[in-house]
Structures are given as C-alpha cells and as structure tokens.
Design a protein around this ligand. Sequence first.
Ligand code: DGY
Length: 328
Amino acid sequence: MSTRRLSVVVTRRLPAPVEARMSELFDVTLSPDDMPMDRAALTDALQDADILVPTLTDTIDAPLLAAAGPRLKLIANYGAGVDHIDVSTARQRGILVSNTPGVLTEDTADMALALMLAVIRRMPEGMGAMQEGVWEGWAPEALLGGRLGGKRLGIIGMGRIGQAVARRARAFGMHIHYHNRRRLHAGLEDPLEATYHDSPDRMLPLVDIVSVNCPHTPSTFHLLGARRLRLLKPSAVIVNTSRGEVIDENALTRMLRAGELAGAGLDVYERGRGVNPRLRALPNVVLTPHMGSATHEARLEMGEKVLINMQTFADGHRPPDQVVPSML
Ligand code: DGY
C-alpha cells in the first residue's frame, strides 16, 4: 500500500472522538449535517473514495457499486447488520466489507429484555395514566400483567445477541428454547439449559415469548410470516430487536388487532421509518425507534471497530471484521 493517505467518505455523523481519530489517520470527508445521503450524493461520494463508511441508512446495492470509482476497496460499515450492502457484488468487484460485531451485543440484549418487560408489565399503559394525570391510585386489579419468571422464551437466531438474551432471560427464571441454523455446542447450550429446535415450526407452539435475534438475509425474510405466526399461542408476545424484515409486519398487525397474539415489543420495522400506523394504535404494543445499540458505550466501540478495520486494511491486511457472503 502506498504512503498516500487513503480517502474516506463517512455518510453520517459519528461520535466526535471517532471522527477526530479518523481525521488524524485518513483524508476524511465527514457528513456536515447527519442527513442520510441520497443516491446521487452517495454515487458522487464513491467516485474518488478508497473507503466508504456507511451505516444501515445507506443502501449499497449492485447498481451503486457498479457506479463506484475504481479506487473503492473497502466498505467499513458502522454497524453489525449488513443487509443494506450487497456483499456478494462487492466481493465480485474486489471490494472488502467489514462490520462491527460484538460491541453492541449486550446493549441490544438489554433492549430485548426491556421490551419483554414493557409489554408484559404494561408499562406504556401505566406511564400513560401518569402522564395524563388519570391515575386513580393503587387498586388490587389495576394494570395486571404477567411474570417473566417461569415463561418459555423462544429465541430465533442464537448468535452472540441471542445468547446474551438467553443469559439475561435465565436470570429472570425463564426457560430457554431456540432455533438456529446450527445447534450450539454443549459448552454453550448446557449452562443455559437451552432446548434446540431444528425448525421454528416445532418451537413456536411451545413458547410464551419469542425474541427475534437473527440477521435479515434472503433466507430469514418473513421467517415469521402469517403461517408461522399462527403457530403461536394467542397469549404469546413477540419481541424484535434485529431487523423488521424477519417478521411479516402486516400479518403481525392483523393478528394483534384480532387478539390472536397478546402483544409485541418492536425496535425495528419492515419498512424502516414507515411503521404500520395500525401498530401505533395498539395498547399491547411497545414501539421503540431502532435504539437497541443506542448507548454511548456501544456507539464509541462501534467507531473503534471501524477504525481498526480501516487501519488494518490501510496496513495491507484483511480487516479483522471482514464479512464474506458465506457468513450470511
Ligand atoms: C446494527 O449495528 O446493525 C444495529 O442494528 C444498529 O443499531
């Protein structure tokens, strides 16, 4: 690699220390206003960049990659999920892709538990009564919810985040069931006393709460479609802190409205910000704005990972967090 400072385009504002360090190491174009770049701006930015640092708000598809300049050699994603990047096409074009796994695991798992608790303990209804000033005082039968302890949790996707959810759920006294492409080895499964199901179809009828923790890939798109959602008990609750596309949001909304499911806690949505308005009207649904990794700590550590991936690449090596199509 030459001694020329590599040219980097960052599409969104990152934590100040991350931007500062990046600017010391590279010839960086930072986002002036934190607005997601539109396609024309992104195409423009890719003409002279050696490295692009995008986020999940940028769609890096085959046509965009085809329009990129010849210098583009690394897409160092600020985030773990890479479903907005066409990793296969990037690879064919000799462009490496890296991400930031591991550093948002615990915070995302915290959010999954927070959503479970918020739904089954009816937190929004309680908060609403307080905020509207209509609380009439303690009553034996007011706002009764459920208890996490003793419930069966069905985790879809038992990677880092799924396992972190399981550890927390165990501490709450839940029983762990999971579906994953591959069964965990005993060293991981046994401490969680987790039961493996090779098909979601066998797991879903058994569980009280479902936590979606698998990535969005072509094979997990609508993994929880109408047919599978109907396998759940009507008393079941679904929590999703992964990607909205894994659940058929319209089917979920219909079933929640019809009382065929008891509740949902969603941090992610099938159509990004275009949340189904009917979901917003339901009292048994808790919606948060994709904030699973939104802690100061995670966002800083994500930036540190991006920097390590970039610098390792600049030093002529493969980035430690390189994503290859076979991982997806
Ligand atoms: C990720 O990194 O993919 C997360 O969804 C961002 O919160």
